[in-house]
Design a protein around this ligand. Sequence first.
Ligand code: EPU
Length: 421
Amino acid sequence: MDKFVITGGKKLSGIVEISGAKNAALAIMPACLLNDGINELTNIPEVNDIFTMIKLLNHLGIESNFEKHKLIIDSSNITHQDAPYEHVKKMRASVYVLGPLLAKYGKATVSLPGGCAWGPRPINLHLEAMKKLGANIELEDGYIIATTDGLRGAKIHFDISSVGATGNAVMAAVLAKGSTLISNAAIEPEITLLCEFLKRMGANIGGIGTQKLEIEGVSSLAPANTRIISDRIEAGTILTAAAITKSKIDIVDSEIEHLESVLWKLEETGAKLFKNNDIMTIDARDIDHKSVDVSTSIYPGFPTDMQAQWTALMCLTEGTSTITDNIYIDRFKHVPELNRLGADIEIIRNSTVVRGVKKLKGAKVMSTDLRASASLVLAGLAAEGTTEVLRIYHLDRGYQKIEEKLRLLGAEIERVSTTEF
Ligand code: EPU
């Protein structure tokens, strides 16, 4: 088990490159199950969730080779159509194999994901979409057993906009017979990339990037290649690291436009932002950050995956801010840990009220999930003294060697092996 030991108070400077988006890759990789052949995916981040998905795909019969951010996926010899509990319990995105397996092989047995670190995360919308497309769904011994004698196009309206359910529905519908209409589809950049990738395979999808997708099923799909977009949440986290340490840094990110809502909020705090081609500069030197409220929503709104990091930043402002999470109403496991560092945060229903304090003081804190861990690292960078962030395996699921990137920028942060839990 590893922990981070951070000596706070160092100014950051320099330039770092943003890695590929793990949430985009986690949708694109199972999409390769829809064809028979060799797919080439580039800009894949080296994070543990990607390794978990590779293991699951290998279990299904996929042959793969992952080197220097390039992932080759050979889908010619699928031998299994099941996602066992051991994979799904590690990562909910494993449920993405449901749609492709059902569409291509007529059956899929996928473990139910269960709860997650911050509360229930149902998959009812995934299952309803599969049923609409003609699948027979049974739940048995903690598994979804989905079968069909051939999916058929359908009208699917999502009551809640869901990234995962949209991804699964699109992957199933591209091989279904006839037309499918999906309304209130997710328009997150990760879903747009998935739809574009499916089109490259030969899928017939209209309305990409809008909340209404029109799909005309085809009988087969061919292998394809794509480059994974930059990780908007990693970009937001690193820009917030510069903001909280009152520093000036540059990031290289070819899709920074995906982060617009966060960039605007950063500007509202008083930070200055400049864009020059692929380089985004943030200059937060010598500023007293203003308190800025945020309320999370679906894309292009402020992402829930930046809520915890924003809370860390708001701890060191002059006034009071309210941060509301409308996507996950109880995603606040970072709050008691930030309070251990001297923050003054109160949770009221699905909001936190953050009363700014003059300083944070280093302490031992514990990661509970991916973005909560990121918020603790940010707080540690700004806190006086030493902060130890335990259980960083959560962070390793989604950030590619964040300590190396931060060290490159001048932060004092070490990964230390520990028996502490
Ligand atoms: N929802 C349902 N039923 C469903 C599916 C979702 O009620 O069947 C609800 C959820 O409980 C939530 C809302 O719909 O309130 C949106 O959830 P969504 O399905 O969009 O989330 P997801 O697809 O499970 C992805 C990301 C998450 C990110 C959310 C929201 C991946 C692999 N995961 O999850 O990323 O928070 O979208 O943007 O793409 C992270 O990276 O830290 C992370 C958790």
